[in-house]
Design a protein. Structure first.
Length: 536
């Protein structure tokens, strides 16, 4: 039996502070807004709250470009607001984990401003500088939110390395002074009562740009081990790393006890991606199942898995793998049970629990995200049609996840008392909102609540948390079916992933349905029907 950890029974809720709840009417979500909604989160049953960056930032990448790690973005409030939030969350049994952006900072950070002063500045070596080659960048590495990963500094003539926007210079992890300053910062937050970290693109910190190695670099694990020892290890905190390129070996290394508790990997969320996220391929259901089976098996008895559909970088899952035309509610619940029935720690991204959908962006002025805007501009230059590009952005752009949380049917979805919001509210808030779903026992929200509580406590908790996973009917084109077993007790999840009826597969004689998205369950599975059976 695996060693038990306090977070094994937890479901994590992710908040994007700019979009969750505005407390002062300026149209921007804030920390006091999160505090206002803690009762809602407690009622939902979540026990870990991951809050995206709330630090000082010029917001080129909405807070993932940090200019002061130990200060609060004034738009979000003050340090006193943060302290209050931590305390109030703690009172409700909710542990707050913060986003650690350790691969890069903002070009407005004091370290970078100092570094720009010249080659002799003590902070120069906090970043990665190289001379150009024949008047060009040192090599052809590319960045995520701009073309080249090297940016020339006219004053010194040297280039600095950045894997994201030009305004997000990469930190130089080879410099121990820089590393220890980051550790001090982490310990500062641990001292404030933070219970752990979600580590942004942590897989990139071991980079070796001269050899064109970015993810999974040679020094990656030594750095993480050192960071763990210097900060969170042995303090009963919770850590999760963001690792787009994690393979099984890497992942087991991350979770070997000396590094992180778990990592996010996204294989099941890129199966319909071609060259990049806006190059959309047909959805391959069999590949999806195979991917889940593979990762569930890897973590069968070591390490731990993060179960995730949605986050602030992804389009809304019900719009992607569900069906928002005719089976919005059914498919949202089906997706929820399919994921939450598996082994690992489930993550719920704000609004996922009420079935929030993608937005239909029809003009560039509605967009905020640097990734989408840069994509739109670059592709337009190549002669592509703006309408078509906006269609792709509406399907996959990050702003889909960032439209304000839909609390009720009043103006601006009850997100703000103000007239305007920093990003448009999805017009479907009149029907899709928390208030409507709270008063409806058949809602997506209530379904999520049931799943979260079932994992946390009660009769099926242990089975859901520790039960062995076995995929069934892996070659079936419509049905996602698996069992979780422990000491002869068994749960079976059966989901129909299509909009037509299919024959319901046979289950064990003692199995009875304990949860479903249809009131009546017969010998066929209705469109998007999902069932949870138990033999105990
Ligand atoms: O995202 C990691 C990352 O690699 C992104 O480029 C991701 O691939 C992209 O958003 C998918 O469309 C993290 C954060 O989650 C993201 O919000 C930040 O913009 C990024 O790091 C830079 O800090
Ligand atoms: Ca505000």
């Amino acid at each position: 039996m695996e060693e038990r950890k306090w977070w094994h029974t937890a479901t994590v809720y992710q908040v994007y502070p700019k979009s969750f709840k505005d407390s002062n009417g300026d149209g921007i979500g804030d920390l006091a807004g999160i505090t206002e909604k803690l009762d809602y989160l407690q009622d939902l049953g979540i026990t870990i709250l991951w809050i995206c960056p709330f630090f000082r930032s010029p917001e080129v990448d909405n807070g993932y470009d940090i200019s002061d790690y130990m200060d609060i973005n004034p738009k979000f409030g003050t340090m006193a607001d943060m302290e209050k939030l931590i305390e109030e969350a703690d009172r409700r049994g909710i542990s707050i984990i913060m986003d650690l952006v350790a691969n890069h900072c903002s070009d407005q950070h004091r370290w970078f401003q100092e570094a720009l002063k010249g080659k002799d500045n003590p902070y120069r070596n906090y970043f990665i500088w190289r001379d150009g080659k024949d008047g060009k960048a040192p090599n052809d590495l590319k960045a995520a939110f701009s073309l080249d990963a090297w940016q020339k500094d006219e004053k010194s003539g040297q280039y600095y390395f950045h894997q994201f926007a030009v305004e997000q210079p990469d930190l130089n992890w080879a410099n121990p002074a820089m590393r220890h300053e980051l550790y001090d910062m982490m310990n500062f937050w641990i001292g404030k009562g933070i219970k752990g970290f979600r580590m942004d693109v942590i897989e990139l910190i071991g980079k070796d740009p001269d050899r064109k190695i970015t993810a999974n670099g040679p020094m990656l694990h030594p750095y993480i081990e050192e960071m763990a020892r210097e900060t969170f290890l042995g303090k009963n905190l919770f850590t999760v790393g963001e690792c787009w390129n994690a393979n099984p070996d890497e992942t087991l290394r991350y979770t070997n006890g000396k590094e992180l508790d778990m990592v996010f990997q996204f294989d099941h969320l890129v199966i319909d991606e071609g060259k990049n996220k806006f190059d959309i391929l047909p959805f391959d259901f069999l590949k999806l199942k195979k991917t889940f089976r593979k990762w569930q098996e890897i973590f069968a008895d070591r390490g731990w898995y993060a179960l995730v559909w949605d986050n602030h970088d992804l389009a809304r899952i019900v719009s992607r793998y569900g069906n928002t035309d005719r089976y919005w509610k059914e498919s949202a619940k089906m997706l929820a049970l399919t994921l939450h029935g598996m082994k690992g720690t489930p993550y719920v991204y704000e609004g996922e629990e009420i079935g929030m959908t993608n937005m239909d962006f029809v003009s560039k002025s509605q967009l905020d995200d640097i990734e989408s805007i840069n994509f739109l501009e670059a592709e337009k230059e190549k002669g592509r049609d703006e309408k078509e590009l906006l269609r792709l952005i509406s399907l996959r752009g990050r702003d889909n996840a960032r439209t304000p949380m839909q609390w009720d049917a009043t103006r601006n979805a009850g997100f703000t008392s103000g007239e305007t919001t920093w990003l448009c509210v999805n017009p479907n808030y009149r029907s899709i909102n928390v208030a409507a779903e709270e008063s409806d026992p058949d809602s997506i929200l209530c379904f999520y609540k049931t799943l979260i509580h079932m994992r946390k406590e009660g009769k099926y908790s242990e089975l859901l948390v520790y039960g062995r996973f076995d995929m069934l009917m892996e070659d079936d084109e419509h049905i996602f079916m698996y069992t979780r077993t422990l000491d002869g007790r068994r749960l079976t999840v059966v989901s129909n992933w299509g909009d037509s009826e299919v024959e319901a597969p046979a289950v064990g004689n003692d199995d009875r349905i304990i949860l479903s998205n249809y009131r009546e369950n017969g010998s066929v599975l209705k469109p998007y029907e999902t069932r949870l059976y138990a033999n105990c």
